[in-house]
Design a protein around this ligand. Structure first.
Ligand SMILES: [Zn+2]
Length: 261
């Protein structure tokens, strides 16, 4: 999906990873962009120990389906890690032997560094989803860079190699954002709108109806319905697709600047 398409989507829809509307978002509000580093209370001893043995943000060893020839699909989970739901989701992914991609917020990593570390340790990919879910199209370049760098640094402090992928909050991007952020932009092409109140069976049906080879599904590991539905939609998807990380689906060939997908 092009950035332009994502931007159009963003203007059409409202919630979590969609472009903002004047209405307040339905899920837990995110902190506005902060210039100073909040929540530095994270134990430095713990972080120092973790950082001494970093885990790659992109797994080095994965079962290697050839996604150029086989039907692959990537599940992505945004806005975490969440202290209650992310561990449950990780247990489900492990049980089903599936790797996914988590676009995390730096502010959440600061609060739950051990969860970021666990995501990477268990072979999932981690992407940068900004520090506090601010709209990058409303930031100056210096603010964008500080936000991104702050998040990268927090991941590194948590013991995770800083990611190469970036998913702008709300999918909101423009030329200035793409020029400024030196990471590979990653959008989605399947949005089952899990931010809406849906029953797990309805969410599964939405995912299955839209699933396709090469699909990148945007979901949120801060949504209880999503985690509740995960065993069912993962079981169903595995019958038709290899479930892989974003970088396995589309290998990163450009790590700086203008890669858009
Ligand atoms: Zn988001």
């Amino acid at each position: 999906m092009s950035a332009a398409t994502a931007t159009v989507m963003a203007l059409t829809f409202s919630p979590v990873c969609q472009p903002p509307t004047p209405k307040p978002v339905t899920h837990r509000p995110r902190a506005a962009y902060r210039v100073s580093a909040p929540r530095r209370r994270v134990t430095s001893i713990k972080l120092t120990a973790l950082a001494a043995n970093p885990i790659p943000s992109m797994p080095l060893q994965q079962p290697p389906p050839d996604c150029a020839k086989q039907a692959c699909l990537a599940l992505t989970f945004d806005d975490g890690p969440d202290p209650h739901l992310t561990p449950k989701l990780l247990d489900i992914l492990a049980e089903h032997q599936v790797k996914a991609t988590f676009f995390v917020l730096g502010s959440q990593v600061a609060r739950y560094p051990e969860l970021a570390r666990r995501i990477a340790e268990e072979g999932h990919e981690i992407g940068n989803h900004s520090w506090g879910h601010g709209n990058f199209t409303k930031m100056k370049p210096a603010q964008m860079l500080q936000d991104i760098t702050h998040t990268q640094d927090m991941l590194q402090a948590a013991g995770v190699t800083p990611p190469t992928l970036f998913r702008p909050p709300y999918g909101a991007s423009n030329e200035a954002v793409r020029r400024t952020v030196p990471l590979a932009f990653t959008f989605w092409n399947i949005d089952p709108r899990d931010w809406k109140q849906q029953k797990p069976t309805e969410l599964t049906a939405s995912i299955m109806a839209a699933a396709k080879p090469g699909g990148i599904v945007v979901l949120h590991d801060i949504k209880s319905t999503t985690v509740a539905a995960a065993p069912e939609f993962i079981t169903n998807l595995k019958q038709r697709y290899h479930l892989v990380t974003v970088s396995r689906l589309k290998p990163v060939t450009q790590s700086a600047g203008h890669a858009t997908r």
